[in-house]
Design a protein around this ligand. Structure first.
Ligand code: IPE
Ligand code: IPE
Ligand code: MG
Length: 246
C-alpha cells in the first residue's frame, strides 16, 4: 500500500522540491488520551522521523518543519522547558543518523532566546551535518514569519546606512536572500496538520504561491502514508502563478 503510493507518486508528475509542514496537534493528541501534553510532543518526534524518511523515499530535496514559534515562548514555562529538552534530546539522538543519511540540518529562527545548552546542540547538528546532500532539513524554532521579515528589513537598512546598498537596488531577490530559508526555493507544498486552516505566522514571504494541503491528522499520528497522500494530491493541482491556465 505504502509502496504503491510511492511508485505512483514517482510516475505521476513532479515531486515537490520543497515541502513545509506546520506540525500541529501534539496537545490534542495527548489530551484525547488523557495524557499530559508533553507526551504528545514526545510522540511528535517519531513523526518527524517519518516525515524526514518519507521525503528521502519520495525524492524531496528540502523539508522545512515548524517546530516552535516565537509566540510559543509565551506558553507555560514547564511546557517551554520540556519542548527545549525534547529538542536537545532529538538533536543528540539523531545527529549521527542525520549525518549518515546525508541530511543537512539547519535551525531557522531567532537564536537570542536559546540557553547555552540548546545553542551548543544546534551548532553541533549544523556543523556535523553540513556535508549532507540528500535532503536539506530546516527546523524552524523560535521562528515567526513577521520577525524574519522585520530582521531582513533591518539588515537592508544597515547596509543602506553603511553605504553598501542603494535603496533603488532593493529587490524581491535581495529580500529573499536575507531570509533564513535562503538559498532554498520557496516551498511547493505546505502541509497543515490537525485540521487548522491557518498559517500561524509561518514563512509569510515564501508561501506566496505554495499549494496548501490541510489534513485532520494530528502531528503525532503523521506517518509516511500521509506525506505520500499529500504529494499525490499536490500532483493533481494546476499551479498558475497568476497566469492563465494551460
Ligand atoms: C504543536 O502542537 C507543537 C507546538 C506548537 C510546539 P500543539 O502543542 O500546538 O498542540 P495543540 O494545537 O495544542 O493540539
Ligand atoms: C503553530 O502551532 C506553530 C507550530 C506548529 C510550531 P500553534 O499551535 O502554535 O498555532 P496556533 O496557535 O494554533 O495558530
Ligand atoms: Mg497548536
Amino acid at each position: 500500500m505504502l509502496k504503491d503510493s510511492l511508485t505512483r507518486l514517482k510516475t505521476n508528475g513532479d515531486v515537490p522540491r520543497h515541502i513545509a509542514v506546520i506540525m500541529d496537534g501534539n496537545g490534542r493528541w495527548a489530551q484525547s488520551r488523557q495524557l499530559p501534553r508533553m507526551l504528545g510532543h514526545h510522540q511528535g518526534m517519531r513523526a518527524v522521523r517519518e516525515a524526514v524518511e518519507g521525503c528521502i523515499d519520495a525524492g524531496v530535496q528540502v523539508l522545512t518543519l515548524f517546530a516552535f514559534s516565537e509566540e510559543n515562548w509565551a506558553r507555560p514555562a514547564d511546557e517551554v522547558s520540556s519542548l527545549m529538552n525534547f529538542l536537545d534530546e532529538y538533536i543528540s539522538r539523531e545527529t549521527a543518523k542525520l549525518r549518515r543519511n546525508g541530511i543537512k540540518t539547519r535551525v531557522l529562527g531567532d537564536r537570542s532566546r536559546f540557553d547555552s545548552r540548546t545553542l551548543t546542540a544546534i551548532e553541533r547538528v549544523e556543523r556535523e551535518t553540513q556535508e549532507g546532500t540528500r535532503l536539506q532539513l530546516g527546523l524552524c524554532i523560535s521562528y515567526s514569519g513577521r520577525q524574519e521579515l522585520t530582521r531582513a528589513a533591518r539588515l537592508i537598512a544597515e547596509e543602506v546606512e553603511a553605504g553598501a546598498m542603494d535603496p533603488d537596488d532593493i529587490s524581491e531577490q535581495s529580500v529573499a536572500e536575507l531570509l533564513y530559508t535562503a538559498p532554498w526555493p520557496d516551498p511547493d507544498l505546505l502541509i497543515c496538520t490537525s485540521g487548522e486552516q491557518r498559517i500561524s505566522n509561518f514563512l509569510l514571504w515564501q508561501l506566496a504561491y505554495t499549494e496548501l494541503y490541510v489534513t485532520s491528522v494530528l502531528w503525532p499520528d503523521f506517518a509516511r502514508g500521509e506525506l505520500f497522500d499529500a504529494i499525490l494530491d499536490y500532483q493533481a493541482r494546476e499551479r498558475r502563478f497568476g497566469q492563465v491556465g494551460s
